[in-house]
Design a protein around this ligand. Structure first.
Ligand code: PLP
Length: 349
């Protein structure tokens, strides 16, 4: 599209660039987009097959009701406290639609999920990034920011750092607007902030089935919060944002907690193992509470060069080229075989 057709607010726009998705079946070791190394539950695959039937001629439930009920039961909340999204990303976008008007501030600690900045541009909101201090401590000016919408990614991406509920609650208490706590990676962390919801009217928690349920390809996320905030999200969403197959998959995934736990346990134990091996190769490895490691190659090896050399060997990791994380790499936790290939390639270089 010629740039002149773009609305004025999007001149010089740099869209969010998702991690590389090479064609399936080419044998890539994909450690760049934080997908699950293990497959989805067989019960999910069965539910998907069952849902592929004649009822597809009918629109799905606008509120994804079966999934909404299953998620509410899982978290011991009311269905009115759950909103479904086409991936967590859509819930982030719905939060902008509902809570951030043109010219409003949207505050978040940086570095963090790079989707937030382009969404500010799209919604003509004022991006208010706040540099995070040493070891992931949020700046006081972030806590005190009067923005009507704030985001906290916890555990954070790409750094993997995790903040306990005391620090999160301080931000919520100091905030006059809505605070969205993005818990995309929380299943790999010590604990969630969902327990804070009954105490706070201005808090939403976002979750995704893309990571710890191995369903990135299905696009299912959900928000939890008080019914008023959830109704606000529902009011601005697309009418039928989850299709019938996604709804069926979501119910089956939430109900197969044993499979979900298996994925989490694999990732957490492989995270420790891979971290130790990378340290043995003199990488700096940050503390991670997520399904990835944030690492810096040893002195004398540039992160970008390492990522490029890995790519030549069909191994994908995410690289960062801008300060303050220039030279760092984010490596998704994979299978032991994938880790062996990665470590072998790093040794060869
Ligand atoms: C911090 C964060 N939030 C939300 C998401 C959204 O995930 P999805 O849209 O796949 O549910 C991601 C995906 O990588 C993420 O890193």
């Amino acid at each position: 599209m010629p740039e002149s057709f773009l609305k004025k607010a999007l001149r010089d726009f740099h869209p969010y660039v998702p991690g590389e998705q090479p064609p399936d079946g080419e044998g890539w070791v994909k450690l760049n987009t934080n997908e699950s190394p293990l497959p989805p539950s067989p019960r999910v695959l069965e539910a998907i097959r069952d849902a592929a039937n004649d009822e597809l001629r009918l629109y799905p439930s606008p509120t994804a009701a079966p999934a909404r009920h299953a998620i509410a039961a899982y978290h011991h909340v009311q269905p009115e406290q759950v909103a479904l999204g086409n991936g967590g990303d859509e819930l982030i976008e719905m939060s902008f639609r509902a809570f951030a008007g043109a010219g409003d501030r949207v505050a978040y600690p940086t570095p963090t999920y790079p989707l937030l900045e382009p969404l500010c541009r799209i919604h003509e909101a004022v991006s208010a990034p706040h540099a995070t201090g040493h070891e992931g401590v949020w700046a006081q000016d972030f806590v005190d920011d009067p923005a009507p919408l704030k985001f906290i990614v916890n555990p954070n991406s790409p750094t993997g750092t995790w903040a306990g509920s005391v620090a999160v609650e301080k931000v919520i208490e100091a905030s006059t607007g809505v605070v969205v706590v993005d818990e995309a990676y929380v299943d790999f962390a010590p604990m969630s902030c969902v327990g804070l919801i009954p105490r706070h009217q201005n808090m939403l928690v976002l979750r995704t089935l893309s990571k710890s349920y191995a369903l990135a390809g299905m696009r299912i996320g959900y928000a939890l919060g008080n019914p008023e905030l959830i109704a606000a999200l529902e009011a601005v969403k697309d009418s039928y944002n989850l299709d019938r197959i996604a709804i069926a998959a979501a119910v089956a995934a939430i109900e197969d907690d044993a499979h979900h736990r298996k994925i989490v346990e694999h990732v957490v134990s492989e995270r420790e193992w891979l971290g130790d091996r990378l340290r043995e190769q003199d990488f700096e490895v940050g503390p991670s509470a997520a399904n990835f490691l944030f690492v810096k190659p040893p002195a004398g090896r540039r992160g970008a060069a390492v990522a490029d050399a890995l790519r030549e060997r069909r191994i994908l990791v995410r690289r960062y080229d801008l300060d303050p994380i220039a030279g760092w790499l984010r490596i998704t936790i994979g299978t032991r075989d994938q880790h062996d290939r990665l470590l072998e390639a790093l040794k060869e270089m």
